[in-house]
Design a protein. Sequence first.
Length: 282
Amino acid sequence: MNRRLFALSALTGASTLALAACGVGGGSGSSSSGGSGGSGEDTVIKVASHLPPMTDVVTTAAEVAKEEGYTIELVQVSDNVQYNRLLADGEVDANFAQHEPYMTEFNEANDAHLVTLEPIYDAKVGFYSKAYDDVEKLPEGAKVAIPNDRTNEGRALAILHGHGLITLPEEAGFEGRVGEIVDNPLSLEFVQIDLLNLPSAYDEEGMALVYSYPSYIAKVGLTPADALLLEELVDQRFTISLVAREDNQDSEKIEVLRRAMTSDAVRTFLEDEHSDTLLPAF
């Protein structure tokens, strides 16, 4: 895949998870029903999403889609599994809650056929600490909470590698594993936790560092400005993207949704309301 690496610091003026984020087999056509135009065609587009600002992006796009006579219906879920299950089963037309590696992992585990359509934003991810205000103060044997899914594990370890806290194999990139760490001078102890539960680890006694996305760490009142370590290089694969199925990706409804999700209204919303946590990617 064609990758785009860039420094977050170089894009701060432009303005990015969630997450983000990850079953069932690949679904058939969408079962959405709803409003219809004069010709009786289905004009309701169901989009599953999880947390703000992802859900807010969907509702902003809905206002744009109205101009084309379509209704975008937000289907909000409570975890990082439902939005893919609903899409794969054809219960919704698309979802907006994850990056491509997370989607690919779901496809492989569930024989599903989801596809990324449009990159929307890059989340400013990093590590947070309640006990330490300087990475130089981290003690030997410090506990570090990282995601327990493979795609986000690799991303978290890449940040630590980039800041010199660990050394990964040269070829690891964003796909390193705890068991592959070449050098761990502080003997950091890694605790792997579900992405949704990482913010809770922030308040745990003895937890020195906690990896998280802006959408999740907001639960404990923090933003990327509070991070002890921020990701300096972002791989385009981790862009939070609009996702559909292979069987509906070229449908008229999905084309309307793509235009709405990459509209000037959505870009303005991201830049004006969330420049401290994300960067638009379209």
